[in-house]
Design a protein around this ligand. Structure first.
Ligand code: SAM
Length: 276
C-alpha cells in the first residue's frame, strides 16, 4: 500500500480561512512538506497540529521531492503546503507534484484559499480571465510582457510585491487603453484589506494618495480590452458588397465566412449600415 500526497491550501492572511478537510488532513498525515517550516509552525501551532514537517522550497525541491517519493512509496501519507494559499500557484510545489506523479503515486488536492481567485471574486468582472502571476522584475521585460498581454481578450490577473507595485501600476496605465478598469486588491482577508475598482488612468494617483497604500500584498485585476470600434476597411467593403445583394442575416453569415470575424459583430455592423 502506497501513501497519498495531499496538496493542501492554507490561509492567505486570516487564519480562520482553512477548511475542515485541510485541518483533518494536516492532523492525520505522517509528514507535512512546508515551504518554510518556521512559518508553517505558526499555523500548525494555532490549530494544535503536531505532525512533523520537512522543508520543501524552490532551492531544494528536487531533493525534497525524492524524499517525499520514498515516504509515499513506504506507505506514508504526506501533505504539501506553501506559506500562503494554494501550493504550486506562484509558489513551490509544481516540480514535486510532477515528480510524484511521474513515480505513479497518488496525489489529491484539498482546495481552499487563493489570492487571485479571492480578488477576482470581489472584483465584479465577467467573462474569461488569464492568470499572469508575477510580471518580470526588470522594466524592459515587464513592458514587453505587458505589450503581449494587452490584446488578450480576457480579464488579466497579476500578483505584485509592494516594492514594485508603483512601477507596475504606472506601466499598466501608460501602456493599456485608458478606458480599461483596474481592481487593486491589497491585504486580502487581513486587518487593512482594501479593494478599489478604478479607471486604469487614475490608478497611479490612487496608489500615491495615501502613505500606507503601496504597502502589503497585492493582486491587480485589469478588465479585458475594450471592443474594437468598427471593422477593418476590407471587411467593411466585403460586408457592404454582400449587403447590396442579400438580406442582413445572410450577408453577415457570408461575410463572417470570408473574413473570419465573429458573425454577431458583422450582423451588428450590417444593421448599422442598413439603418443609415
Ligand atoms: N500560492 C498563493 C495563493 O494561492 O494565493 C500565492 C503565493 S505568491 C508567492 C504571493 C503573492 O500572492 C503576493 O505577492 C501577492 O501578490 C498575492 N497575495 C498573497 N496573499 C495576498 C493577500 N492576502 N492579499 C493580496 N494579495 C495576496
Amino acid at each position: 500500500m502506497t501513501g497519498t500526497l495531499f496538496i493542501v491550501a492554507t490561509p492567505i492572511g486570516n487564519l480562520a480561512d482553512i477548511t475542515l478537510r485541510a485541518l483533518e488532513t494536516l492532523k492525520a498525515v505522517d509528514l507535512i512538506a512546508c515551504e518554510d517550516t518556521r512559518h508553517a509552525r505558526r499555523l500548525l501551532d494555532h490549530y494544535g497540529i503536531r505532525t512533523p514537517c520537512l522543508a520543501l522550497h524552490e532551492h531544494n525541491e528536487r531533493a525534497a521531492a525524492a524524499r517525499l517519493i520514498d515516504s509515499l512509496a513506504a506507505g506514508q501519507n504526506v501533505a504539501l503546503i506553501s506559506d500562503a494559499g494554494t501550493p504550486a500557484i506562484s509558489d513551490p510545489g509544481a516540480r514535486a507534484v510532477a515528480a510524484v506523479r511521474a513515480a505513479g503515486l497518488r496525489i489529491t488536492p484539498i482546495p481552499g484559499p487563493n489570492a487571485a481567485i479571492a480578488a477576482l471574486s470581489a472584483a465584479g468582472f465577467e467573462g474569461p480571465f488569464y492568470f499572469a502571476g508575477f510580471l518580470p522584475a526588470k522594466a524592459g521585460a515587464r513592458q514587453t510582457a505587458l505589450a503581449a498581454l494587452k490584446t488578450m481578450p480576457a480579464t488579466l490577473v497579476f500578483f505584485e510585491a509592494p516594492h514594485r507595485i508603483a512601477e507596475t501600476v504606472a506601466d499598466l496605465a501608460a501602456l493599456f487603453e485608458p478606458e480599461r478598469e483596474i481592481v487593486i486588491a491589497r491585504e486580502l482577508t487581513k486587518r487593512f484589506e482594501e479593494i478599489a475598482r478604478l479607471p486604469l488612468s487614475t490608478a497611479p494617483a490612487w496608489l500615491a494618495a495615501e502613505e500606507h497604500r503601496p504597502r502589503g500584498e497585492f493582486v491587480l485585476i485589469v478588465s479585458a480590452p475594450p471592443p474594437k470600434a468598427g471593422l477593418d476597411a476590407e471587411s467593411e467593403r466585403i460586408l457592404k458588397l454582400l449587403l447590396a445583394e442579400l438580406p442582413v442575416k445572410q450577408a453577415a453569415k457570408l461575410a463572417a465566412g470570408i473574413t473570419g470575424l465573429p458573425k454577431n459583430a458583422l450582423y451588428a455592423r450590417a444593421l448599422e449600415i442598413k439603418g443609415s
